[in-house]
Design a protein around this ligand. Structure first.
Ligand code: CP3
Length: 339
């Protein structure tokens, strides 16, 4: 039995004594101990593939920030790799794929990933569950099919993802074939994460915001919805579609439990659009550059507007590497002390 199950109860719509809090990218470069562990690996990919090191950095923010959940240290790009499209993580630049998907032959060459291909993540989850010793729940995750597709076509990060969008407009049928393959791979992967011990699953659709509303429903939400169905009733599922508040009402129609919000929507509007779901978010990570007084007042105002019920506190996106750890801790403590 979990000693602290606030996150799971909030996700399921049950009452909680206080609002649970965790942070996207909490295992990362704001923590000096993360940098020390990362230095033990040859590069980012070796780091992700080492269950012991992944376990170490997953637990660090639980100890040093006092958050109410751990999120397994990995990356969304392990799926393209397992499907046959390897990547590199270039220092200070981000992901880079030597080969990208351009045509039908490329799509046909890709495999549907099986749980075994990602054993190193499953081992990291098992180790972490032992190490956490039921202190807090462990969140598993994957990229949403559209976001994974975007990297597979584009081959790197991009402001517009115009190559990936060009593919949707010019080869829609082939796009659906690839999205279907990614979805199947992701379902295999996430069901295995749950079997290995993940208590809740979050889907990251980081590039939802580059799509129009209509394109989002056709090429993104449809596939996230399939993944939600495949995980019910095993564990609660969170859908985080960044910059897609235009689609909140439709996201609320899927079988997810929680909707993650970025800072571009007000808590009040979000509640009106998705009254039947738990909401997660949505402080601007840049708020944590402000002085202490401002961090406290803005965080309290956010907590008051969301209300204590069906709410998980988080930022609207991941922590930035140059944020001050003490201010991150302050944010967490303001939430934990809020009455
Ligand atoms: O949240 C956590 O603490 C868990 C770990 C986690 C990482 N990546 C580790 C990581 C999670 C949940 C992710 C998801 C991820 N990866 C997303 C979706 C979330 C989001 O931010 O929108 C995306 C788009 C990626 C792809 C990716 N990985 C990019 C674009 C980059 C480079 C940019 C950056 O933030 O550094 C990464 C690298 C990465 N993934 C790092 C970490 C801790 C930094 C690598 C380092 O240590 O130098």
């Amino acid at each position: 039995m979990l000693k602290n199950d606030l996150l799971l109860r909030a996700a399921k719509g049950q009452e909680t004594e206080r609002v649970p809090v965790w942070l996207m990218r909490q295992a990362g470069r704001v923590l000096p101990e993360y940098r020390a562990t990362r230095a033990k690996a040859k590069n980012f990919i070796e780091f992700v593939k080492s269950p012991e090191l992944a376990c170490e950095v997953t637990v660090q923010p639980v100890d040093s920030l006092g958050v109410d959940a751990a999120i397994i240290f990995s990356d969304i790009l392990v799926i393209p790799e397992a499907m046959g499209l390897p990547y590199q993580m270039i220092e200070a630049k981000g992901p880079w794929f030597e080969n990208t998907v351009k045509n039908k032959t490329d799509v046909e060459k890709l495999r549907i990933a099986q749980a075994d291909d990602l054993n190193y993540v499953l081992e990291a989850i098992q180790l972490t569950k032992k190490e956490l010793n039921n202190r807090v729940p462990l969140i598993g995750f994957a990229g949403a099919p559209w976001t994974i597709f975007a990297y597979m076509i584009e081959g790197s990060g991009s402001k517009t993802f115009s190559k990936a969008k060009q593919f949707l407009y010019t080869q829609p049928e082939l796009a659906h074939q690839l999205l279907e393959k990614i979805t199947q791979s992701t379902i295999n992967y996430l069901q295995a994460q749950v079997k290995a011990g993940a208590d809740l699953i979050q889907l990251f659709d980081s590039w939802a915001g580059v799509l129009s509303e209509k394109m989002f429903y056709e090429f993104s939400l449809k596939y996230m919805s399939k993944i939600c169905d495949a995980l019910q009733p095993l564990v609660p599922v969170t859908v985080f579609a960044k910059d897609a508040h235009y689609a909140l009402e439709k996201i609320a129609e899927t079988h997810c439990n929680t909707i993650g919000l970025d800072w571009t929507i007000s808590p009040k509007n979000a509640r009106q659009l998705a009254p039947n779901k738990t909401l997660q978010g949505n402080a601007d990570p840049c708020l944590l550059y402000a002085d202490e007084k401002k961090i406290i007042s803005e965080t309290q105002e956010m907590l008051r507007t969301f209300g204590k019920h069906r709410y998980i506190c988080n930022l609207g996106h991941g922590l930035y590497p140059d944020l001050d750890k003490e201010k991150v801790k302050l944010f967490v403590n303001v939430v934990k002390e809020f009455k």
